[in-house]
Design a binder for this molecule. Structure first.
Ligand code: MIG
Length: 693
């Protein structure tokens, strides 16, 4: 059951797409308190209550015991002391004696205190008057079913083209044509599958959106064509801010038509980002959004089939006013007479100039005929920038699935694109963070997700990259990306390259299964990455396991996320078949009983468990997703009676024209096959080595 409560006159965020009648009265479960500004909602938690959700956030899968703030922020330090990352995903399930789901459709900054202030108190604070709250309940008190209910009201998640499940290589930046060709060649020489190469900000002319630096990319059209012939897609970045420069058509048009956000006095708000001074397109305004989307057209016509949208929190290095204030302050201080107090006053001025609250409160959007101050809708900016791109793709590449993902997001954007989790670091703790974040994102509708494999900031080591690949080979978005100034991170640069290559090859063998499970998760509101707690709702141990995940219905993965480890402990909530892959073709199998086990997993190995009477189809693999989707499939299985696997697929490129959530799967192009296996237990219990399947 879904109950909807309306406070004031909420902004239409389009997060929820199913029409739901308003429920009169006040929120169940919570004590509502009217504050001077806004409301707070308090719920007394039981000792054992767990909280799942909130999407892109720091810390564990169980969100209890910390204060989270939905306030989309460009902050590259994803440490556990932080309260916000790039997304605002205001949905969670509380699971305990009572079990319910909650979604706060409020696009301004708000907080979720999950037992931070008081151990047993949940306090949700909305510092605004206008918002909607959805409360979801379900007969069996199943967290998974509540998530499904939620996913059903927010609409089908974005489905990328199948090639976007291939291995992708990025770097800030591959700055010239030659460099792109070199990266491609380095992979091809080693027989490493590669399906996308990314262009970071340096392909543009002085960081101007929708331009190409022709000095560095004189033959862009040909580059795109050449790569595509080899099944490789070139994926350019688009930043939110539009450079202020006379003669630059995007700037001039936006300025003349009034499509940028404005300050109180009606003049355009000016900020500093990569291009220098910029205006921000008012993507919350329908006309401005369509106009900004038109910018993608030229690249699409050149053959580009994928984009990544960056800096759309929106990130502000500074505002013009903010910078002026700092410089003015600095002028008042005389260096030779400066005392420590002056210094301590001066020092943070520059450090704190970025992404300032006062700046976000100083500009306005024109949304559906209403002038709205930015901070009230802050968390929608990345969502609507991505919607601009998605709508443009529908106009300029009709009927074709395109790759699209964003850094900043809000629930609702999950229908238009995926996300990458931003500027993580080459740290083992961030591999673990990646593992824990994925299921939470899935709960909020974001399925096409991934972190920068190997880590973005800081220097990666070969063992970290390898272990990371061993997890990320299960993630829909499998992209290696790293920052300017860090150690080069292509797999060809490490001693462990052969092992890394095998893990990528294994990804391609798993592709039919992973893609099938992705389609199921998207079309049925299920989780692609599932915590054990969602599979074994009555198993107390399983409730707490956060470093093993189900991927789809058949397998539980056991990633190794610590350095210098040749194995790990794992908890099996039931008897399962352990499969350890040493290469894409060689593996060992062993039945393990329910309970805790130490499992040796060498650096070059990846471990997963198949559930009893479940199957894992394996494809032939190949150099690209097209090859990997054809040909004979084998199945691995742990079959003690019989097992069946329903295999879903489609053509991988077509976007079902105008299909609505109500249309049948067939109408959306989904085809289903079936594997059935009957087997006797004896053979499987012996544990045997097979190769060359
Ligand atoms: O201020 O475009 O998260 O992936 O490489 C940094 C350069 C801007 C942040 C993105 C990152 C990208 C980088 N960008």
């Amino acid at each position: 059951m879904v109950f909807k409560y309306i406070f004031g006159e909420p902004i239409e965020t389009q997060a929820v797409v199913k029409p739901i009648e308003e429920t009169p009265g006040s929120l169940p479960y919570f004590t509502t308190v009217r504050k001077e500004e806004g409301y707070s909602f308090t719920f007394r938690m039981g000792d054992k209550d767990k909280i799942w959700g909130l999407g892109q956030q720091v810390r564990g899968i169980n969100k209890r015991g910390w204060l989270y703030r939905s306030n989309n922020t460009d902050d590259p330090e994803h440490t556990e002391g932080k309260h916000s990352l790039y997304g605002a995903h205001n949905f969670f399930v509380l699971k305990g004696e009572t079990t319910f789901g909650v979604f706060f459709d409020y696009p301004g900054a708000m907080t979720f205190d999950f037992g931070y202030g008081k151990k047993e108190e949940m306090v949700i604070t909305v510092p605004g008057e206008d918002f909607k709250v959805y409360i979801l309940t379900e007969d069996k008190n199943s967290a998974g079913e509540i998530v499904r209910e939620f996913r059903n009201i927010i609409g089908t998640s974005y489905i990328p083209p199948r090639w976007a499940f291939g291995y992708q290589q990025s770097r800030w930046s591959y700055g010239t044509e030659e460099e792109v060709y070199k990266v491609v060649k380095a992979h091809q020489d080693q027989g490493i599958p590669l399906e996308a190469v990314y262009l970071d900000i340096d392909y543009m002319e002085r960081y101007k959106d929708f331009t190409i630096d022709r000095q560095k990319f004189p033959h862009m059209e040909q580059l795109i064509r050449d790569l595509k012939e080899q099944h490789i897609h070139l994926v350019p970045i688009i930043d939110a801010g539009v450079k202020i420069e006379e003669g630059y058509d995007v700037y001039q048009e936006g300025r003349d038509k009034g499509y940028f956000v404005t300050k109180e006095d009606g003049s355009y708000f000016t900020a500093g980002v990569w291009p220098g001074l910029v205006h921000l397109p008012d993507v919350l305004n329908d006309k401005a959004r369509e106009w900004f989307g038109n910018g993608y057209q030229e690249l699409i016509q050149m053959g580009v089939e994928g984009f990544w949208n960056d800096m759309n929190e929106p990130a502000l290095f500074y505002s013009l006013e903010g910078l002026e204030a700092v410089l003015k302050k600095a002028e008042t201080i005389n260096a030779s007479q400066m005392d420590l107090n002056d210094f301590l006053e001066l020092q943070p001025l520059m450090n704190e100039i970025a992404n300032k609250k006062e700046d976000y409160e100083s500009f306005y959007h024109e949304m559906n005929g209403k002038r709205i101050r930015h901070d009230k809708v802050h968390n929608l900016y990345g969502y609507f920038m991505t919607k601009a791109a998605a709508e443009a793709m529908d106009r300029f590449a009709k009927g074709k699935r395109m790759l699209l993902f964003s850094r900043s997001s809000y629930i609702g954007m999950h229908r238009y694109g995926g996300i990458w989790t931003g500027d993580n670091k080459s740290w083992w703790s961030h591999l673990l963070l990646n593992i824990k974040m994925m299921p939470s994102l899935n709960m909020c509708g974001f399925l096409y997700c991934g972190a920068d494999i190997g880590g973005f900031g800081d220097d990666a080591t070969g063992d970290l990259l390898l272990r990371w690949l061993e997890f990320a080979l299960f993630a829909p978005l499998m992209r290696n990306h790293s920052a300017l100034g860090t150690r080069r991170q292509e797999i060809t640069r490490f001693d462990q390259m052969e092992a890394m290559k095998e893990m990528i090859a294994l990804r391609y063998r798993l592709l039919p299964y992973l893609y099938s499970e992705y389609l199921k998760a998207a079309y049925t509101g299920g989780l692609y990455f599932k915590p054990l707690a969602f599979v074994y709702e009555d198993d107390a141990m399983a409730q707490e396991v956060e470093d093993q995940l189900f991927v789809g219905e058949s397998i539980m993965i056991l990633p190794v996320y610590e350095q210098n480890r040749s194995g790990r402990w794992a908890y099996l909530p039931e008897r399962m078949l352990l499969v350890i892959f040493s290469t894409a073709r060689e593996y060992t199998e062993k039945v393990l009983e329910k309970g805790s086990h130490y499992i040796p997993i060498e650096e070059h190995q990846v471990a997963l468990c198949i559930r009893e009477n479940h199957l894992l189809p394996l494809g032939p693999g190949g150099q690209n997703t097209e090859e990997a989707s054809k040909g004979d499939m084998k199945v691995l299985g742990f079959v003690t009676r019989e097992a069946e696997y329903e295999w879903w697929t489609d053509d991988g490129v077509t976007k079902a024209e105008g299909a609505t959530d109500e249309d049948s799967l067939e109408a959306k192009g989904v085809r289903k096959g079936k594997f059935t296996v009957e087997k006797d237990l004896k053979k499987r219990q012996e544990g045997k080595k097979e190769s060359g399947i």
